[in-house]
Design a protein. Structure first.
Length: 221
């Protein structure tokens, strides 16, 4: 892939993810594109951008605030995730004991791409999965394994959020009904019930889509 193609894929992945989280088509403003282009030029990994967006999205959801409408809301979180990735490379010494980082990340990326191929008839779902695969494939291979596990966890949760917004309406509504049935007349505090509902939603979305657990040892021989 040429540098120009890689740059376009980077922009498209962020825009796809942002739109999927909102559950509606969304076009970035010129200001957003300028910010995104700056991240590309600085070499900020796609994984840091998606994780930063996911962090801000989740924080606003927990506060019952309106969805974010601009990348500018995510700029500090993206910088923070980029610094975490950069720090994880310092003194990491390459692969940890028994961990072939390149092979593990490539294996996870391949599994995610397999899931995407099964959803090719639902382009927005396939795009979310393909973009996750791209983020995994472009992670630096000299990171500390413990740091990578944290990054993978954040990518997993923001991807599940995006998939919830990307699913066809009928399937999303069916999952909502199933979760409501599972909760039944559960008598707990509202915040506990909401956390339980969300955990069940994410579990059902993962199962429906076929998203693998994003863990380094998931592809270990």
């Amino acid at each position: 892939m040429s540098e120009a193609s890689e740059e376009f894929a980077y922009y498209r992945a962020v825009e796809d993810h942002f739109a999927a989280l909102r559950g509606t088509p969304f076009l970035f403003s010129p200001k957003d594109f300028a910010l995104l282009r700056g991240w590309w030029q600085e070499g900020i990994p796609l994984a840091a951008v998606l994780s930063g967006i996911g962090e801000v999205w989740e924080r606003r959801r927990e506060r019952h605030e309106d969805p974010i409408s601009s990348l500018s809301y995510c700029r500090h979180a993206v910088r923070r995730h980029a610094k975490t990735l950069s720090a994880a490379r310092v003194g990491a010494g390459g692969e940890g004991p028994g961990v072939d980082m390149g092979a593990s990340l490539a294996g996870l990326s391949a599994k995610v791409d397999e899931a995407a191929s099964r959803w090719r008839e639902v382009p927005i779902v396939a795009a979310v999965l393909h973009d996750l695969g791209r983020a995994l494939a472009t992670l630096p291979k000299d990171l500390d394994p413990a740091a990578v596990d944290g990054i993978l966890s954040e990518l997993e949760f923001t991807t599940l959020d995006a998939l919830m917004g990307a699913l066809p309406v009928q399937q999303a509504e069916r999952i909502d009904r199933e979760v409501a049935d599972d909760l039944g007349t559960l008598k707990v505090e509202p915040d506990v019930k909401e956390r339980t509902r969300r955990a069940l939603l994410l579990k059902k979305v993962r199962r429906l889509v076929g998203l693998p657990r994003l863990e380094l040892d998931a592809c270990a021989p």
